[in-house]
Ligand binder design. Structure first.
Ligand SMILES: NC(=O)c1ccc[n+]([C@@H]2O[C@H](COP(=O)([O-])OP(=O)(O)OC[C@H]3O[C@@H](n4cnc5c(N)ncnc54)[C@H](OP(=O)(O)O)[C@@H]3O)[C@@H](O)[C@H]2O)c1
Length: 372
């Protein structure tokens, strides 16, 4: 079951699932868009559903189904879908990247999912899957000597500029203004978006990046209990990173006022929605060729492991295709693994827990991101 199928990411996931021999049921709000896409993909079934109407999502899923959701902003629209998956006993995967939502899945829904034997895999796309693999490789190199790992995500200039989807723009205000966190001093602490800023060497250049809340903070310490600190950085803003850090610090007192965070997020979402209104991508007929992931595309992911005294004791570099293509291919691969009962464990899971180290590397490679 693919919810959000008519959107930018949903269409790509649907095509990737079909390439893998699956016949997903397409679900979403717009009957016209779903019918057109279902037809283009070889006559798939489709179901109308609106996540703001709880019964409409509940009717979509049954026990042992696999539910993939690409309906965002997740902080506003995501939780009824998670709840419906748990109630039905269906494996849940999503393309979320918003820290506040991801934390709620782990802390609020994870325990109930664990008790029900249901696996939840939030943030199962570019944010924040390859960072977990890069961190695991850097920490293995460190042979237990690392207590801190810094992960950086970068998009290098390619032949075509990377364009953000409507959904990414709509989710941006929640991503930047929502409550965020980091793993520091051996525990999960509140930490603002862009609270920190640092440079990484990427392809021989110094690339700047700002700190964000990622699923790595919530999942790496389970696999690597020696970690006292996990930092996740986003390099998409490049040389604007220092200004973002300053802006984040300046905005902090305002966001602490009651109601301000929610009001500013709503304003930001309304502005993003106005700029994207009506620009819905028309369904594309997918190529029947096997998707050969390019490895020299636009993404670079770096993880650096540090010892207690700050020394660098491990480093991993990954490279590969642009984020949306990776997200679609990885979600489709993960969905097929879930159908084949190859997801280990229950509760809210990170990619290392769900697929193991070797499985995660294989999943990233088939989705177009590999060790450089
Ligand atoms: N983590 C990552 O690396 C990554 C990568 C890609 C995307 N994302 C995230 O994934 C989300 C989707 O992005 P996108 O670019 O695919 O967005 P999009 O093109 O706007 O698609 C959103 C989809 O959600 C559907 N939808 C919206 N409200 C709904 C509701 N109330 N009930 C049912 N369906 C509803 C839309 O249906 P309609 O057609 O009816 O509007 C559309 O199919 C965003 O949050 C984005 O940030 C994350």
């Amino acid at each position: 079951m693919l919810l959000g199928a008519s959107g930018h990411t949903g269409q790509m996931v649907a095509a990737e699932l079909v390439r893998r021999g699956q016949r997903p049921v397409l679900a979403g709000r717009s009957p016209e868009r779903l019918a057109t896409l279902a037809e283009a993909l070889g006559g798939l079934s489709w179901r109308q559903a609106d996540v703001t109407v709880a019964s409409s999502v509940q009717e979509l899923v049954r026990a042992y189904d696999v539910l993939i959701s690409t309906v965002g902003p997740f902080a506003r629209l995501g939780e009824p879908v998670v709840a419906a998956a748990i109630d039905a006993g269906a494996t849940y995967l999503d393309s979320s990247g918003e820290p506040a939502f991801i934390r709620r899945v782990f802390e609020d829904h994870g325990p109930q999912a664990l008790a029900s034997g249901v696996a939840l895999l939030p943030a199962c796309g570019y944010d924040f899957v390859p960072g977990a693999l890069a961190a695991a490789i850097a920490l293995e190199q460190a042979k237990g000597a690392a207590t801190r790992v810094d992960v950086g995500y970068f998009v290098v200039a390619g032949s075509e500029p990377m364009r953000m989807s409507n959904g990414t723009r709509n989710s941006g205000p929640g991503f930047m203004l929502g409550k965020s966190f980091a793993w520091r001093d051996g525990g999960l602490r509140a930490a603002r978006f862009a609270e920190r800023e640092r440079a990484f060497a990427v392809d021989g250049y110094e690339s700047r990046a700002v700190s964000v809340g990622g699923s790595e903070h919530l999942t790496l310490p389970t696999t690597f209990p020696q970690l006292r600190e996990v930092n996740v950085y986003l390099g998409w803003f490049g040389s604007l990173s220092p200004a973002l850090r300053a802006g984040s610090a300046a905005l902090a007192p305002l966001l602490a006022l009651p109601g301000t965070r929610a009001a500013l997020t709503r304003l930001g979402e309304a502005a993003a929605h106005r700029t994207s209104r009506g620009k819905v991508a028309a369904p594309k007929k997918p190529s029947s060729e096997v998707n050969e992931p390019q490895t020299d595309g636009a993404s670079r992911i770096v993880a650096i492991a540090h010892a207690d005294d700050g020394r660098q004791v491990g480093r991993a570099d990954l490279r590969g295709i642009e984020p949306y293509a990776f997200t679609a291919a990885f979600l489709a691969w993960a969905g097929v693994c879930a159908l084949d009962r190859q997801v280990a464990g229950a509760g809210a899971l990170g990619p290392l827990q769900a697929f193991g180290r070797a499985g995660l590397q294989a999943g990233c490679e088939q989705a177009g991101i590999r060790i450089a």
